[in-house]
Ligand binder design. Structure first.
Ligand code: NAD
Length: 505
């Protein structure tokens, strides 16, 4: 589907990505250098499309956390004194250098995540570059204020870095999460220790290697490893001044627990079970494709903002379902390195088994229909990969697990409503509050939706992904704090100081 008619079909040679993975295998980035790691040994990283091992990464532990934080602490003294606009200039150069390697980094991300290179990986890398450029460009906005006071008092505030930041990343959009944390942290004058996700450590390490060359040694440090080995010593370390985490709700709660004693700020970007509502007056020429695009099938549905609860007015239900089924059946699942592939592989055997479990669970409901998908996919050479056809299900009660829990796979549930009020009630009947979309031509209804929906990232007549300069973050169990904007950098990666200077002496 992503291929232009008549365009030449190209299968990418993935040898370069494999060579990069082999070079980075076993490495952490600490104090400006790639260093062999693995206090607790090594773990395997696989290509999700064929199950082949591509690297063995360090199971880092407390000693490696201590070394990385010490390096970051030492670099903070230098980096925080570099003028803000100079920090921005260096990050802008880093973005250029990453862009010069966009294709190689996209291939590396495809190798570790199984995301299709054409529909997902290249776009992910481009969005990450844009994020770094955006923050680099606003470096001069790290300003304080002056406040009227007594005639002899100069009353002002400053905007200062926090110190060493800890960032913990998920696997589904590793470079995007990475860029949205390291760019504001570094531009604001902080230094950073990043823990990569177990299944996707490589493209992040490659980008950090590029960035580090421009910064004082130790300004950016990357640790591979498992949550339990790295998370606690990193978050509880006395020199870590803030934690920014993207991942699941249970781990988000654990991280809040780690930092409770230290009383340091945390930003949590957590899961979602997002409603995508189409009303009877919607322009179906955009809404029907929007329902499919909103599911983020090109990322195998492994997206926090996936519109996995499709809420349709009864008057347009059949038409939208029909469109969605045709579009989903036309999507090409397969080799993520093939330019013609729309949907690549699910990240791991564990994840695909969890998704299959949700699909199986609808067997308990007599009215449930699997409208398309629901089955594995395989092709010669990829028998050990984790592929599922995009799946649409209806006829399931709203309190079923498949309607309430985040599946994080290519599975959407459609639900029928008779009114706008019923759609809003259903949409808000969730512990999550990340993203929500409404399709309507009625501007009054659109405004009502914005005011009544309990979610942090809300759209009408479009289903766009998060990007630089758009304030983003969840409500309810979907998280705490915002990312991706100047305000987010100021609010979450700096602290202000209030000064009152009596100059009548
Ligand atoms: P996860 O919570 O299992 O893991 C995320 C990271 O936390 C990994 O690096 C993991 O090693 C680490 N971790 C695990 N246990 C830890 C511990 N005790 N201490 C410290 N770190 C620990 O999540 P995941 O499976 O990698 O990612 C999927 C989840 O992330 C989904 O819920 C998805 O919605 C969410 N997500 C949210 C956003 C957003 O912007 N809101 C974006 C992407 C993903």
């Amino acid at each position: 589907m992503n291929q232009q008619p008549g365009a030449k079909r190209r299968v990418i040679d993935r040898a370069r990505a494999e060579a990069d993975a082999a070079r980075l295998s076993g490495m952490n980035l600490i104090g400006g250098h790639l260093v062999q790691g693995g206090e607790h040994g090594l773990f395997d990283v696989f290509h999700p499309a064929d199950g082949r091992r591509i690297a063995q990464m360090p199971k880092s532990g407390t000693a490696e956390v201590l070394a990385a934080v010490a390096a970051a602490r030492s670099a903070f003294g230098t980096w925080s004194r570099v003028p803000a606009r100079e920090r921005g200039r260096l990050l802008a150069i880093a973005a250029d250098r990453i862009e010069a390697e966009l294709e190689a980094i996209s291939e590396l991300q495809t190798l570790e995540t199984g995301h299709a290179i054409a529909t997902q990986s290249r776009g992910d890398v481009a969005t990450a570059i844009d994020m770094i450029r955006m923050f680099a460009g606003v470096s001069g906005e790290l300003k304080g204020t002056t406040v009227p006071d007594a005639a002899n008092v100069l009353h002002f505030t400053t905007c200062e870095p926090l110190g060493v930041i800890a960032a913990i990343l998920p696997w589904n959009g590793p470079l995007f999460s990475f860029s949205s944390k390291i760019a504001p942290a570094l531009v604001a004058g902080n230094t950073i220790v990043v823990k990569t996700a177990e299944t996707a450590p490589l493209a992040v390490l490659r980008c950090a290697e590029i960035i580090q060359k421009l910064l004082p040694e130790g300004a950016i440090n990357i640790l591979a490893g498992q949550g339990r080995h790295v998370g606690e010593p990193l978050c509880t370390h006395p020199d870590v001044a803030k934690v920014t985490f993207t991942g699941s709700v249970p781990v988000g709660r654990t991280i809040m627990g780690y930092v409770a004693d230290k009383l340091i700020p945390v930003t949590l970007e957590l899961g979602g079970k997002n409603p995508n509502i189409v009303m009877e007056d919607a322009d179906l020429s955009i809404a029907a494709p929007g329902v499919v695009a909103g599911m983020r099938f090109a990322r195998q549905g492994q997206s926090c903002i996936a519109g996995a609860r499709i809420i349709l007015h009864e008057a347009i239900y059949d038409e939208v379902i029909e469109h969605a089924v045709v579009a989903m059946n036309a999507m090409k699942v397969g080799d993520p390195f093939d330019e013609a592939t729309d949907i690549g592989a699910i990240i791991s055997a564990r994840q695909i088994e969890s998704v299959r479990g949700f699909i199986r669970s609808v067997g308990a409901y007599p009215q449930a229909r699997i409208l398309c998908g629901g089955a594995d996919f395989s092709q010669p050479g990829l028998e050990n990969g984790h592929f599922l056809r995009p799946t649409l299900i209806d006829g399931v009660p709203e309190d079923a697990d498949i309607c309430t829990q985040e599946i994080f796979g290519p599975v959407a549930v459609a639900m029928k409503v008779r009114s706008f009020e019923e759609a809003i009630r259903l949409a808000n009947n969730s512990d999550y509050g990340l993203a929500a979309t409404l399709w309507t031509r009625n501007i009054g209804r659109a405004m009502q939706f914005v005011s009544q929906i309990e979610a942090g990232f809300v759209q009408v007549n479009q289903y766009a992904g998060p990007k630089a300069n758009v304030n983003y973050g969840g409500w309810k169990s979907s998280g705490i704090g915002k990312e991706y904007t100047l305000e987010a950098m100021r609010n979450h990666f700096t602290r202000s100081k209030t000064a009152l200077i009596n100059h009548a002496i």
